[in-house]
Design a binder for this molecule. Structure first.
Ligand SMILES: [Zn+2]
Length: 243
């Protein structure tokens, strides 16, 4: 498993990731420029220019993440791409195209169910932080599709609390690892089944289609050898066969 995050968004070393061939690649591009909260910063021309510049830089990273995800798929491997559910980056053409690719699932989860907590004036409480994943792993999708069951209040991740909550809770990481492990197991058992099935097909092929040039036929009375093609087309009662 190898992840990309805000910490390595820039620089040519980024492209070294193209050489990595891990079974799973977790992609977590920086989401701050795409947050709804940025709408508040876009109310002034200067603020708008700043946000747009940050999104242009972010778009390069998104494109890179999509490239990596496609390379994983092309190589028969897996990726997990994560961004907040409300991020405007889901409208990015590259991301939208990846999301609509056959075999790619969009998984919705609420991080309060994975133990994300934050604190406000009322004290500590779960933070919902609805999150979306794109993945081509069925097992990751199954494991991570957990929505809020209610029964608790949510701390809203405003006023700087969003940055403090920009980490995955341990339970979330464990669930993700479990999903990846299950996928690897399923794939391993699937390969075994495929090999067994392939063997069966070979057996059937030998019985049904392999010609038998070694078979020869003789006339019982004259003892002369008969032409095999004619014998097979119109069986003659008076014949014996030998290998
Ligand atoms: Zn909740």
């Amino acid at each position: 498993m190898f992840g990309t995050s805000a910490g390595n968004t820039a620089g040519t070393r980024h492209w070294k990731l193209l050489k990595i061939r891990s079974l799973f690649l977790v992609l977590s591009p920086e989401c701050t420029p795409y947050s709804n909260i940025q709408n508040l910063n876009m109310r002034t021309p200067m603020g708008k220019a700043k946000v747009e510049a940050a999104r242009r830089r972010g778009d390069v990273h998104l494109m890179f993440c999509v490239t990596l995800a496609r390379r994983q798929m092309d190589g028969g491997r897996y990726f997990v791409y994560e961004h907040p559910k409300s991020a405007v980056s889901w409208d990015n053409p590259n991301v939208a195209k990846l999301a609509s690719t056959p075999g790619v699932m969009r998984t919705e989860l609420d991080q309060c169910e994975f133990g994300l907590v934050s604190e406000d004036e009322l004290g500590k409480a779960p933070a919902k932080k609805p999150t979306s994943l794109l993945t081509n792993s069925v097992e990751v999708d199954r494991m991570m599709s957990v929505k809020c069951q209610g029964g608790h209040r949510h701390v809203h991740l405003m006023s700087g609390r969003a940055r403090a909550a920009a980490h995955y809770p341990a339970k979330c990481c464990r669930a993700l690892c479990k999903g990846m492990k299950r996928q690897a197991k399923v794939d391993a058992s699937g390969m075994l089944s495929t090999l067994i099935m392939a063997g069966w097909h070979d057996e059937v092929g030998e019985v049904s289609h392999v010609p038998e040039p070694w078979k020869k036929y003789w006339d019982d009375i004259s003892g002369k050898e008969l032409k095999p093609d004619l014998v097979r087309a119109a069986p003659v009662p008076r014949r014996r066969s030998s290998r």
